[in-house]
Design a protein around this ligand. Structure first.
Ligand code: SF4
Length: 68
């Protein structure tokens, strides 16, 4: 059974540091962030699975260049 809804955390970076959030955890490495091509590939796979709704989250999704 395919998912109908996906929360997609496209970056772990954020301009805020909320105490309760994993996005503000120390010792994060840039290498763990997905590249644009990886994100594009995942979105195409979600499309092929006919996922109805994708929510973009992070961190701050607008930090990703080419987000729009
Ligand atoms: S992702 Fe949201 S909750 Fe987490 S640090 Fe950023 S603003 Fe705060």
């Amino acid at each position: 059974m395919n998912p109908i809804y996906v929360d997609f955390l496209i970056t772990s970076y954020c301009n805020f540091k909320c105490d309760f959030c994993s996005a503000s955890a120390p010792n994060k490495k840039k290498e763990i962030d997905l590249s644009f091509n990886e994100i594009e590939h995942i979105l195409k796979e979600l499309d092929s699975l006919e996922v109805l709704r994708v929510a973009f989250e992070g961190g701050e999704p607008f930090f990703k260049k080419r987000f729009f």
